[in-house]
Design a protein around this ligand. Structure first.
Ligand code: NDP
Length: 275
């Protein structure tokens, strides 16, 4: 019997997940269907109850339901607990098992697809929202020499640093304090949502000096203000979050189906040129 999966969010019209998982399923010969569900705001649980009652096997979860999924789950993986959010569910009888693959997908895109080593490197991460939070531990596991976390609302970054104290060389700053910490990053990651509104986080231009990679988590937007600024400073590699999107999907696919799909072709098909 064909196994049913879906991505759930609101709005959901923009989602690339049915294309990604459909391509993975075709390439690996897996018998599954994958749809997009727009759940009503305020009734995530009701809509997922219905999908489970129809015999569904799993769900990807996107905005704004990652915290609802965290509450809905009966079992949380370490990565879901550490991220404080869930982006993937697996249904096994009464068990609702939850994972978060965003951080591991981002690290895989940086280290495998883009070939940029994080070990021993100085990394700057802008933003302290859900995506940054999910990336913190996977980043620290790569053993950077220093991970500097900067956020507009400093208290959020401070709270994260307290939570992750002792897990690695994590330093916190507001944008104003960044001037003193600004130079010499190997990797600069924009995990803010500023680009979704065409805005630029208020970083000094010299954060890009000598950087090997500027990574924008938003995807499908071409050159964002952040990537444009990095290009002006001649950063060696620019990337947006399309690879992260496809890699977190691949992690979900492996978890659900026990088969690792290849990702390069899907990333290539979804890539919007950075020009
Ligand atoms: P959140 O809403 O949880 O967090 C937003 C963050 O951006 C906060 O730290 C906020 O700061 C900061 N911010 C917003 N506007 C500005 C600005 N103008 N200047 C400086 N900081 C700003 O969002 P998410 O963490 O969920 O998403 C962040 C980005 O990651 C989005 O672009 C999203 O599309 C992308 N993303 C990509 C994924 C992928 O697969 N490629 C997966 C998930 C997310 P403050 O705390 O001060 O408000």
């Amino acid at each position: 019997m064909t196994d049913r999966y879906a991505v759930i969010g609101n709005p959901i019209g923009f989602t690339k997940s049915p294309f990604i998982h459909g391509t993975f399923a075709d390439a690996t010969g897996q018998d599954l269907s994958y749809e997009a569900i727009e759940a009503p705001l305020g009734d995530f649980a009701g809509r997922v109850d219905q999908f489970r009652a129809e015999g569904a096997k799993g769900l990807n979860v996107t905005a704004p339901f990652k915290l609802d999924a965290f509450v809905y789950a009966t079992e949380l993986s370490d990565s879901a607990k550490q991220a404080g959010a869930v982006n993937c569910l697996k249904f096994e009888g009464d068990r609702i098992i939850a994972e978060n693959f965003d951080g591991v997908g981002l690290v895989r895109d940086i280290t495998v697809n883009l070939g940029v080593t994080m070990k021993g490197r100085r990394v700057l991460m802008l933003g302290a929202g859900g995506a940054a939070r999910g990336a913190l531990l996977p980043f620290l596991r790569q053993q950077p020499s220093e991970l500097v976390l900067v956020n507009r609302t400093l208290s959020k970054a401070v709270a994260l640093a307290e939570e992750f104290a002792g897990r690695g060389p994590l330093i916190v700053s507001g944008y104003a304090g960044l001037a003193d910490l600004a130079e010499g990053y190997d990797i600069v990651v924009n995990a803010t949502s500023a680009s979704l509104r065409g805005e630029m986080p208020p970083v000094p231009g010299n954060v890009f000096q000598g950087a090997k990679l500027a990574y924008e988590l938003a995807y499908g937007k071409g050159l964002t203000p952040f990537l444009r600024a990095a290009r002006a400073e001649r950063v060696a590699k620019l990337a947006d979050g399309v690879g992260m999107l496809v890699e977190q999907a691949a992690e979900a696919f492996v978890w659900w189906r026990g088969v690792r799909p290849s990702t390069a072709e899907v990333i290539a098909k979804l890539t919007v040129p950075l020009s």
